[in-house]
Design a protein around this ligand. Structure first.
Ligand SMILES: [Zn+2]
Length: 266
């Protein structure tokens, strides 16, 4: 084989490899929008465009309650009944960092064994995730972001603790987590990075409590919401790091209807 033939063959080889590689990439790109990481296959929904929150109910019969429901979340807090309702007793443990970018938010999944006790109910912390701007509002004021700590008890009842996030000093736990977040969808495990969500819990645990729903499809009702009055402070850079990945992932406030808001103050 002379040099010319060899060069030609090498050229074909590179071409074939390039074609295989490109078709693999194209396949992945086509398959990707249909993948919902860490969840069962659900109809696609979004915060803007055709699939925005006003259209969620139309996207699937499973989402009907998003528009028909009378007990939807988030809501605006203004007045409420001041009551000596239960304390939140936190028993959050350390967990290895597991991050999912699910195409709607950045979610951190929690290992088993972390609990919050509310009255006579004992809930397990499943995951926490973030919205921007905030979903709940206080006196119609929107905060920069909102953190949701999602809990479930043995009966399958859901309690979510919401913490509004405002601009201030850098937050050490956010700093730790943000090092590992990325725009790329999927799940990542960092077994050597240990975090504890108790670092998000304010000293003053005064809260607003009401019965609402999930703020994302399927908008399931019966969720026991506790939104702290005290916001979490993070730096402007930390807000920016999140908004570089998600510019807007907040559902607009929903009508309160006949519901009662309970205010617990310490
Ligand atoms: Zn949420």
């Amino acid at each position: 084989m002379n040099n010319k033939t060899y060069g030609k063959l090498q050229g074909y080889g590179i071409l074939i490899i390039a074609v295989i590689f490109l078709s693999l990439v194209a396949n992945l790109a086509l398959a990707n929008p249909k993948i919902h990481w860490g969840a069962e296959l659900v109809p696609h929904w979004s915060y803007s465009g055709e699939e925005n929150p006003h259209h969620w109910a139309a996207l699937s019969p499973d989402f009907a309650i998003c528009s028909k429901g009378q007990n939807q979340s988030p809501i605006n807090f203004e007045s409420g009944t001041r009551e000596k309702s239960p304390n939140l007793v936190f028993n959050y443990q350390n967990t290895p960092l597991n991050i999912v970018n699910n195409g709607h938010t950045i979610q951190i999944n929690y290992a088993k064994g972390s609990r919050v006790i509310i009255g006579d109910k004992d809930y397990e912390l499943m995951q926490f995730h973030f919205h921007t701007p905030s979903e709940h509002t206080i006196n119609k004021k929107v905060a920069k972001m909102e953190l949701h700590l999602v809990h479930k008890n043995e009966e399958g009842e859901i309690a979510v603790i919401g913490i509004l996030i405002q601009q201030g000093q850098e937050h050490p736990l956010i700093k730790k987590i943000w090092q590992y977040i990325s725009p790329e969808q999927g799940e990542k495990n960092f077994a050597n990075v240990i975090i504890n969500a108790k670092d998000f819990i304010p000293v003053d645990q005064s809260y607003y409590n009401y019965i609402g729903s999930l703020t994302t499809p399927p908008c399931t009702e019966g969720v026991n919401w506790f939104v702290f009055k005290t916001p979490l402070k993070v730096s402007p850079q930390q807000i920016q790091q999140f908004t570089q990945i998600y510019q807007l992932n907040a559902r607009p406030v929903q009508p309160l209807n006949q519901r009662e808001i309970v205010i617990r103050e310490y």
